[in-house]
Design a protein around this ligand. Structure first.
Ligand code: UDX
Length: 438
């Protein structure tokens, strides 16, 4: 089939790559010419492991790029809306890009004879496809949804760093369709993907995406709250997580306590769901608590450092890892930002290391932070190290190098990068949120 993927952000480019790999002809569309030029040059506009390799193989064969939305839509059987849905200042979803993309697609459809299907992939609040996107498409095209064009919602569940694997082998595919023709198109599109497929209406598809992210975020905040309780009881949260993770109903995944969740999805989606729920006159007590626990976790790391170091003023603190998780340069809602801000406010000297995200963090803190090329360089002469992202380069540090290089070997680990027993044996003061404190 021929596809137009509107928006070459994270979701768009990965979706395009995934479909092109399965043999569909995919045209990526963006309003930013630099992104389109980059794709044409077979270079991904953002960092994701393995993506450049896919572009090298498929651009010019199965994968194309243009700034001309109308042409791409007219030439395609299916258009995917993959534009961003940022948070408005009150946490609610901002639909400006969804609306402009829908209007532009509708306009292109006005002069198109052939049946066309529009699929929403961006994460949108339940009801958006039906009550906002559909009327915009109908108005701009002068056509009727379900009769002249199809409309569906097909959420993504991509994780940064493993997005290509996720798109190649999804654990389920949600086919949200407003009509039978659209469902048929969605089934054909995904015919080569082996995964359980669930056919639902668009409103259900939209809600599944939010419920999925809200549940995972809740799991993390739950284990973080348990960690905060464990600290009071002097028991180790990682042993607790292992113990409960063996219960099949719980599973061991998403039970890593520490600095909290960041990224482009969990914080934004939970806030958007909470705001939408509030607007619909239901106060989402649990979601509010999930966000509250998460907001305080990075600061707990700073508090732990303060309790071990005393005054932070004038102390040199090494921050190891800046990206919201390993294998990405993404710093959106990263715990590292809250930690650095708090350290700077306390007049500490901050040194930072990250293999990918340094340039992004520079745009936030400029030269208020000293950026190091190697993790070892951040440690030299520092009074305390905070491990915020579990990069393999950080985990590869030798325990005795902390002892050798640091002025005092105090480590506060938000990701449990090392074995505490070995760290203790190596003479380190190695602590984390919810770990045994003796
Ligand atoms: C998430 C969802 O997993 C994905 O399905 C959705 O489509 C987008 O949002 P992503 O943001 O890429 O994906 O990262 P993920 O691996 O889920 O981690 C999110 C955050 O939670 C990271 O900051 C990570 O460090 C943190 N986390 C994760 C924990 O603190 N503890 C855990 O046990 C797991």
């Amino acid at each position: 089939m021929k596809l137009a993927v509107i928006g070459t952000g994270y979701v768009g480019i990965i979706t395009a790559a995934g479909f092109a790999e399965k043999g569909h002809k995919v045209t990526c569309v963006d309003i930013l010419p630099e992104k389109i030029e980059s794709i044409k040059k077979k270079k991904s506009p953002l960092y994701e492991a393995g993506l450049d390799k896919v572009l090298k193989k498929l651009v010019g064969k199965k994968l194309f790029a243009t700034t001309n939305l109308a042409e791409a839509v007219k030439d395609a059987d299916v258009s995917f809306i993959c534009v961003g849905t940022p948070s408005a200042p009150d946490g609610s979803i901002d639909l400006k890009y969804i609306k402009s993309a829908s209007a532009a697609i509708g306009q292109a459809l006005s002069s198109k004879k052939k049946f066309h299907t529009v699929i929403v992939k961006s994460t949108v609040i339940p009801g958006t496809t039906d009550s906002i996107i559909l009327p915009i498409l109908e108005k701009a095209s002068g056509k009727k949804a379900g009769r002249d064009f199809g409309l569906g919602m097909n959420p993504e569940f991509l994780k940064e760093g493993t997005a290509l694997a996720d798109v190649r082998k999804p654990d389920r595919i949600i086919l949200g369709a407003g009509d039978q023709k659209t469902l048929k198109v969605l089934k054909a599109l995904y015919s080569k993907f082996k995964a359980p497929k669930l056919a639902v209406d668009t409103r259900t598809a939209e809600t599944i995406k939010y419920a999925n992210n809200a549940f995972l975020a809740t799991k993390i905040s739950f284990i973080n709250e348990m960690a905060n309780i464990c600290e009071k009881f002097n028991v180790d949260i990682y042993e607790i997580a292992k113990g409960i993770g063996l219960d099949e109903r719980i599973s061991p995944r998403f039970l890593a306590a520490g600095a909290g969740f960041g990224g482009s999805c969990f914080p934004k989606d939970v806030k958007a769901l909470a705001a939408a729920s509030r607007a619909a006159s239901y106060e989402p007590t649990l979601l509010n608590a999930v966000l509250e626990v998460n907001a305080s976790q990075p600061l707990r790391m700073v508090e732990l450092a303060r309790s071990l170091l005393g005054e932070l003023r004038g102390k040199t603190i090494a921050v190891l890892g800046l990206a919201f998780k390993p294998e990405t340069d993404d710093i959106r809602e990263a715990p590292s930002l809250i930690i650095i801000e708090s350290l700077l406010r306390a007049s500490a000297n901050v040194r930072a290391y990250d293999p990918k995200a340094t340039a992004n963090v520079k745009t936030v803190f400029g030269n208020m932070v000293q950026y190091c090329k190697k993790p070892e360089d951040t440690l030299k002469g520092s009074d305390c190290a905070l491990i915020v992202t579990e990069w393999k380069q950080v985990k590869a540090l030798k325990l005795n190098s902390f002892k050798k290089l640091m002025a005092s070997p105090i480590i506060v680990d938000g990701r449990r990068a090392f074995d505490p027993i070995k760290a203790k044996k190596a003479g380190l003061i190695y602590r984390g949120i919810g770990w045994r404190n003796k």
